[in-house]
Design a protein around this ligand. Structure first.
Ligand code: PMP
Length: 408
């Protein structure tokens, strides 16, 4: 397929925003956005302004600067709510990232699980969506079930339907796989979970920057993501949960800011989201995330999705002509392509590509159960962002041709 057709088929034009990203020098193919996205200048500026011009604490100050910063910090929360289609800003809990969000749900909501209750995960989950549930299962006697994948690397929802029972209290699934790029039909997954009375948590780490999300339309109960994958700063992320669910959840970390009143005869807690936000938060991180969401929304997630899907199509088409390469995952993957070069360890692939100024990720990608399923210990992974173009695909292919020449 000709390059122009790749986008025309999807009704959009290729994005041309590389100049917005000062940390991507000319000729460097950054193909590791699934690990963390590069930052546009507007995000860097928002962070710099937050520290250099408007900095103060939030929620406690009686002086004007602190009141203004509190307004900005809460405006970011409202912006996140609007971005996710949440019913209210009170449904947005600031956390350090997706990992902390899932641990929060496991430690707070999960506290009521009993021996014999079941949690359903899938074979492709990130360790962040496995280990917190294993820790919870150890504490409560709950049991974990693992849904299989289809041959092309989607979570097999027919199997999920057959596996779910009234004992299942939670289904926790990745919206987009960080290894295969496969996109979950999250609405169908939510319907299946709810049909047996279970709640559903969607790990949105890879979807939040690649697929338009409306948590109410998806009808999920929890949605989590990390700001740094959405072109925002590290150290800030989001737990969204429906207000009625958050309202029933006990605090999980104690400290300042999460209380109503404290005394040695008994302490009462703030309503959500404050109840889950003990301690001084990542104030400027929220401002950076606000700027990142404005940036992404201005481009539009449908355009981003079309752009990255076109790049995946181009990459898969080109890589499949190299006969030493095995591609993993489905053809319609969102922004992510994992592959194996026959007889070459993915780390060697990554090192040689780096010499060619192509940055990919090599390893198990925090998905060891998925690696076991694929029958490999690691994969090479190229993942795209808004700043990538066909030149990056060309550089990847040229680099891989060199890898195959070196290794014969
Ligand atoms: N889930 C998925 C699907 C991910 O890709 C990642 C990050 N690689 C995480 C969870 C964990 O995110 P973080 O390390 O930012 O908490």
């Amino acid at each position: 397929m000709g390059p122009a057709l790749l986008w025309a088929e999807r009704g959009t034009a290729p994005l041309d925003v590389l100049a917005d990203f000062p940390a991507i020098p000319d000729g460097w193919a950054y193909l590791d956005t699934a690990a963390t996205a590069q930052k546009p200048q507007v995000v860097i500026d928002a962070i710099a302004r937050g520290y250099a011009e408007t900095y103060a604490t939030v929620h406690r100050g009686v002086y004007q600067r602190s009141a203004d910063m509190t307004l900005a910090y809460e405006a970011a929360r409202a912006r996140i709510a609007r971005f996710l289609g949440a019913a209210s800003a009170d449904e947005i809990v600031y956390v350090r990232g997706a990992t902390e969000a899932i641990n929060l749900v496991a430690n707070s909501w999960g506290r009521t699980l009993k021996p014999g209750d079941r949690i359903l995960l899938s074979q492709l989950e990130h360790h962040a969506n496995i280990v917190p549930w294993q820790l919870l299962a150890d504490r409560t006697g709950a049991v974990i079930d693992v849904a299989p994948l289809t041959a092309d690397g989607h979570i097999d929802l027919d199997a999920v339907e057959a596996m779910l029972t009234p004992q299942h209290k939670l289904v926790a699934l990745a919206h987009v796989s960080n290894v295969l790029g496969s996109v979950l039909n999250a609405r169908r997954a939510a319907d299946l979970a709810h049909a047996v009375g279970a709640k559903i948590l969607i790990d949105g780490c890879q979807s939040v920057a690649r697929v338009a999300v409306d948590v109410q339309a998806l009808d999920c109960d929890f949605y989590v993501f990390s700001g740094h994958k959405l072109y925002g700063p590290t150290g800030i992320g989001v737990l969204w949960a429906r207000a009625d669910i958050l309202g029933e959840m006990p605090p999980w970390q104690g400290g300042g800011a999460m209380i109503d009143t404290v005394s040695f005869s008994g302490t009462t807690y703030a309503p959500p989201p404050g109840r889950f936000e003990a301690g001084t938060p990542h104030i400027v991180g929220a401002l950076g995330l606000h700027a990142a969401i404005d940036y992404v929304d201005a481009i539009g997630l449908d355009a981003i999705h079309a752009h990255e899907t076109a790049l995946v199509t181009a990459a898969r088409d080109r890589l499949s002509t190299l006969n030493s390469i095995t591609l993993f995952g489905p053809g319609d993957a969102a922004g992510i392509v994992s592959f194996d070069v026959r007889g070459v360890h993915p780390h060697d692939v990554g090192t040689i590509l780096d010499e060619e100024r192509v940055a990919i990720r090599a390893g198990h990608h925090c998905c060891q159960p998925l690696m076991a399923h694929l029958g490999v210990s690691a994969t090479a992974r190229a993942s795209f962002g808004v700043y990538n173009g066909l030149a990056d695909v060309d550089a990847l292919v040229r680099g891989l041709e060199r890898v195959t020449r070196i290794f014969g």
